[in-house]
Design a protein around this ligand. Structure first.
Ligand code: UGA
Length: 443
């Protein structure tokens, strides 16, 4: 099957590579000529385990192409995926400029029936807007051509995107056209052979499914963080509480890990966008708004703990920070809790010495060279001359620590653990003050 994908960002590249890998002919198109040139040269601009080799193999097999030529791309595929970015506008709503621009481009160049597939996360009602944009362009050209628009949201996690694409729980397609159903069945057949994972539903239901899934997951995180904060004040240990509630299958163990707040490009943006949509239709979503507020507060917890440890005297202190990425196995720092912490520390006159296995380059790109930031190339280098250590991301490499050695390296014996990686007794036995999330008397 011939497939075109607009947008060679995270979602577009993963979708393109995975669909090529099962034998489809895929053309990825992007307006960024530099990015396309790099991809053509075999260089993948993002870090995602397995993606680079998948792209390399499928390019070599002649099934995956990159171009800036939109006209050629529209002519190429029966399916035209839209996988461009939908950043948050200032008011929290999703900015659909790029999506609608692609719709217009497709309308401008198509000369045969096309199925337009909304892959980007877009507010309910966007498929209708895409339809109108394509129709307006066809009208302008004075041509009458048939086309369909469907919704096919993605449920990929960064760091596990390829696995999620091939082994995800479901493939949601919103459409009421039989022609679309049969084309999407063909497109995804290799990925739903073992179990029919394709779920067809109405377009608006598919659009809302994506937001509801992310809002539900974000709710679980804010909920457990709220209970963690109560735990801390009530002398309970959230890790015990987590075990206690997770054992009930109606609750489950997934996604109830307390921490320093959720980040990334999806949850913060999607929760805000859903809250905004709810406002717009005159039905403010109380819970969704609270999820967002709780998370904003949670992101300041690590700084509060440092203030507590140093009696508010952070000016002139050097804080070691392990983990910059918003979660392990990615170099993505969008909305990462590490950023809220670093910015608060700088504001308070402290210096940061940070180590992250993947995100140092990204950190340099965001903050540039500054006197109060040193990016270490090893975790122990970040400890040199530091007063305290804070862990923001639960990279596997941070799970084993020689606490006696750590105690020796730090000027003050303070370990702030934003991911509850250790047993409080073990840390405290080494003579360190241990600040963790929701762990009662450990603080
Ligand atoms: C998320 C969803 O998990 C995907 O299903 C969805 O497709 C994607 O957004 C999207 O909309 O594109 P992602 O942002 O890559 O994926 O990251 P997650 O692994 O879900 O983690 C999000 C944040 O929640 C991280 O900051 C993580 O540290 C935090 N988290 C997660 C917790 O604090 N506690 C938990 O128990 C789980």
């Amino acid at each position: 099957m011939r497939i075109t994908i607009f947008g060679s960002g995270y979602v577009g590249l993963v979708t393109g590579a995975c669909l090529a890998d099962v034998g489809h002919d895929v053309m990825c198109v992007d307006v960024d000529a530099d990015k396309v040139a790099r991809l053509e040269a075999g260089e993948v601009p993002i870090y995602e385990p397995g993606l680079e080799s998948l792209i390399r193999q499928n390019r070599a097999a002649g099934r995956l192409h990159f171009t800036t030529d939109a006209e050629q791309a529209v002519a190429f595929g029966l399916l035209q995926f839209i996988a461009v970015g939908t950043p948050s506008d200032e008011d929290g709503s999703a900015d659909l400029r790029h999506v609608l621009k692609v719709a217009e481009t497709i309308g401008r160049h198509m000369d045969d029936y096309r199925i337009i597939v909304d892959k980007s996360t877009v507010p309910v009602g966007t498929a209708s807007r895409v339809e109108r944009a394509v129709a307006a362009e066809l009208d302008r050209r004075g041509v009458a051509l048939d086309f369909d628009v469907c919704s096919n949201p993605e449920f990929l996690k960064e760091g596990a995107a390829i696995e999620d694409f091939s082994k995800g729980a479901r493939i949601v397609v919103g459409t009421d056209a039989e022609r679309v159903r049969s084309a999407m069945r063909e497109c995804y057949a290799p990925y739903s052979r073992q179990k029919d994972k394709l779920m067809f539903m109405g377009v608006r239901s598919a659009e809302l499914t994506k937001y509801a899934a992310n809002a539900m997951l974000a709710t679980k995180i804010s909920f457990i963080n709220e209970i963690a904060n109560l735990s801390e004040r009530l002398g309970a240990d959230i890790e015990e509480v987590r075990h206690g509630i997770g054992s009930d299958p109606r609750i489950g163990y997934h996604f109830i890990y307390p921490g320093c707040g959720y980040g990334g490009s999806c949850f913060p943006k999607d929760v805000k966008a859903l809250a905004h949509t709810a406002e717009q239709i005159g039905h403010p979503a109380e819970m969704i708004a609270a999820v967002e507020r709780v998370n904003a507060r949670q992101k300041s917890r690590l700084f509060e703990m440092l203030c507590q440890a140093f009696n508010g005297q952070l000016a002139g202190k050097t804080i070691a920070l392990w983990g910059l990425a918003f979660k392990p196995n990615t170099d993505d720092m969008r909305e990462a809790p590490s950023r809220a912490l670093m910015e608060a520390l700088w504001e308070a006159g402290a210096r940061v010495q940070a180590f992250d296995p993947e995100a140092a380059g990204e950190c340099r790109r965001i903050y540039g060279e500054r006197d109060d930031l040193r990016l270490a190339s090893q975790r122990n280098e970040a400890l040199e001359g530091a007063d305290a250590l804070v862990i923001c991301t639960e990279w596997k490499a941070f799970r084993t620590v020689d606490f006696a050695e750590l105690r020796e390296s730090l000027a003050s014996p303070v370990l702030v653990d934003g991911r509850n990686l250790f047993q409080p007794e073990t840390v405290k036995a080494a003579g360190l003050a241990y600040y963790a999330i929701g762990r009662g008397d450990s603080v």
